[in-house]
Every structure is written in C-alpha cells, then in structure tokens.
Ligand binder design. Structure first.
Ligand code: HEC
Length: 132
C-alpha cells in the first residue's frame, strides 16, 4: 500500500477529531442514573457534603474551593485550585475519567468512568441539578 492511500484516511480522521467539540452534549436523565456511582460520596441537588464535597453548582467552580468542605480537601486539590484549576466541562471530564492523573495526590477514592458517553451524561446531570 502506498503512503498516500494510507495517510489520506488518517488525515481525514485526524481533522474530524480536531473539529469535533471536546465534550458531546450529554443526556441529564441518563446522567442521573450514572451519578448513582458518585452518590455514595457526593450530593449534587443540594449543598450537603458527604465523603466528598457537594457538587451542587460545581461547573464553573474553582477546584478545592467549597468553604464548607475546606478542612477536608486534600492539599493537592486546594493547590490545584489556587494554581488556577476551574471545573469547566473539559477539566471536569478529564478528572472524572482519571482523577489521579488530572489532580495528582488528590484523595478521591474513585477509579474513574471509562465511557465518554457516561461522562458527558454525568456532566449534563450536574448542570441540570444546579438549576433552581
Ligand atoms: C469514594 C468516594 C467518592 C466517589 C465514589 C466519587 N468521589 Fe468525587 N470526590 C471525593 C472526594 C473525597 C473528593 C475531594 C478530593 C480531595 O480533596 O482531594 C472529591 C472531589 C470531587 C470533585 C472536585 C470538587 C471540588 O470541590 O473541587 C469533583 C468534580 C468530583 N469529585 C466528581 C465526582 C464524580 C462526578 C463522581 C462519580 C462519577 C465522583 N466524584 C465519585 C470522593 C468521591
């Protein structure tokens, strides 16, 4: 096979990936079901802290910055916030997928969601749950 016939589809695939939005729009109802995997440690519909901080309104929040959870965050999570990490959709997706990679040293005892659709759905649910 010549270089040309191999590289053209690869280039097309690469440009498609680059043009696609970073996070596809998720389904909040499906995300609510996936969020049951988070609920042992997190609440999203109100300000209750559990093992982890409330995720009510977390989209757009600075990492490690919820005042009522301040004494429980790891130093790594607080430092990530003071260093500028904000939970926009891209950052939260990366964290949910690989918590220990996105914020090394943080103490969330969760392996991560592997499926990108599950991640997009959970983010859609977090956004919906933050509505009054
Ligand atoms: C076993 C408990 C546990 C599970 C399960 C868990 N988390 Fe966490 N989560 C934590 C803890 C503890 C922290 C605080 C980590 C730190 O301070 O280092 C945290 C932090 C976070 C943060 C950062 C919040 C902030 O205020 O900076 C987000 C976002 C988050 N978790 C999302 C999720 C999502 C979404 C799921 C489910 C897919 C999930 N977590 C599952 C315990 C958990």
């Amino acid at each position: 096979m010549s270089l040309t016939t191999r590289s053209v589809p690869a280039l097309l695939a690469a440009s498609f990936v680059a043009a696609a939005p970073a996070i596809a729009a998720g389904d909040a109802d499906a995300g609510k079901k996936t969020f049951t995997r988070c609920m042992i440690c997190h609440e999203a519909a109100n300000d209750t802290n559990k093992i982890g901080p409330s995720l009510h309104g977390v989209i757009g929040r600075k990492a490690g910055s919820l005042p009522s959870f301040e004494s429980k965050y790891s130093d790594a999570m607080k430092k990530a916030g003071t260093d500028g990490l904000v939970w926009d959709e891209t950052n939260i997706a990366a964290y949910i997928k690989a918590p220990k990679v996105k914020v090394p040293g943080n103490k969330m005892a969760f392996a991560g969601l592997q499926n990108d659709t599950d991640i997009a759905n959970v983010i859609a649910y977090l956004k919906a749950a933050a509505q009054p």
